[in-house]
Design a protein around this ligand. Structure first.
Ligand code: DC
Length: 231
């Protein structure tokens, strides 16, 4: 594909488990861009906070977290199969950050403004010199308000819960469907209602409802918009 510009930024936002990471990864592979999973970064900080004992049940000691932010380093590498691996202070935490215990606390961590500030800085640094596809909740609104194209992905809650349930089963976990669905509903609510950078569709984002689309159809639809807008 030949673009009008050298460096392109593609923002993919949407609800939990709506397929936005799949779309973002497929787009990056198809276009030869780097892929950044911003949710993995919030998950990694959450894992760090759990391990450090910053939570007492669901209550976060945000002062302790904020004071230790400069000791948290998050990075990505790709393995030999081109899968993205999240590193927390050099350790591969890709599997641990997908657990339900991290999922149930990540919205609390991601509502802390100091955490968001640090993540946004890192996200901009990681993509300053290369074309990128980044997925998350605030990419088109906060991280790259000037993105070359923005997608907002959605699907109905039953479909999303089934997808996340199967994903956890495939990873060898033993999820409970109702718990998975409850976690998604709660995160949707918290993500949309937090004060700092709430999940909202940017006015100029293209809406993709993939409830009835398969992976290939969703990719083709996004590529159609990209060709129309950027080539
Ligand atoms: O995409 P995900 O489900 O792995 O994201 C995990 C959580 O991280 C999500 O519930 C909200 C938060 N998040 C965020 O606040 N901002 C982002 N850009 C990405 C994720």
């Amino acid at each position: 594909m030949k673009f009008k510009k050298n460096i392109i930024k593609i923002a993919v936002d949407g609800f939990s488990s709506c397929g936005k990471s799949t779309l973002a990864k497929d787009l990056a592979a198809e276009l030869g861009f780097i892929y950044i999973d911003s949710g993995a970064m919030y998950r990694a900080i959450t894992l760090y906070s759990i391990r450090k004992g910053f939570f007492e049940d669901q209550n976060l000691n945000s002062v302790e977290l904020i004071n230790s932010l400069n000791q948290v380093n998050i990075d990505f590498i790709t393995d030999k199969n081109s899968n993205l691996i999240t590193l927390l202070n050099g350790e591969n935490v890709e599997s641990d950050i997908r657990s339900l215990s991290v999922s149930s606390k990540v919205s609390i961590i991601s509502s802390v403004p100091e955490v968001r500030k640090k993540m946004v800085e890192l996200q901009r640094q990681m993509s300053s010199k290369k074309s990128v596809v980044m997925d998350g909740r605030d990419i088109g609104t906060v991280v790259f308000p000037d993105a070359d194209i923005k997608f907002f992905v959605t699907a109905d809650i039953e479909t999303r819960a089934k997808r996340r349930f199967l994903e956890l089963v495939e990873k060898g976990q033993n999820p409970n469907f109702e718990e998975v669905k409850k976690n998604l509903t709660e995160r949707d609510f918290l993500d949309q209602n937090r004060k700092d950078s709430p999940l909202v569709k940017a006015p100029d984002a293209i809406l993709i409802d993939n409830t009835n689309l398969n992976r290939k159809e969703q990719l083709e639809l996004a590529l159609y918009y990209i060709t129309k807008t950027l080539c």
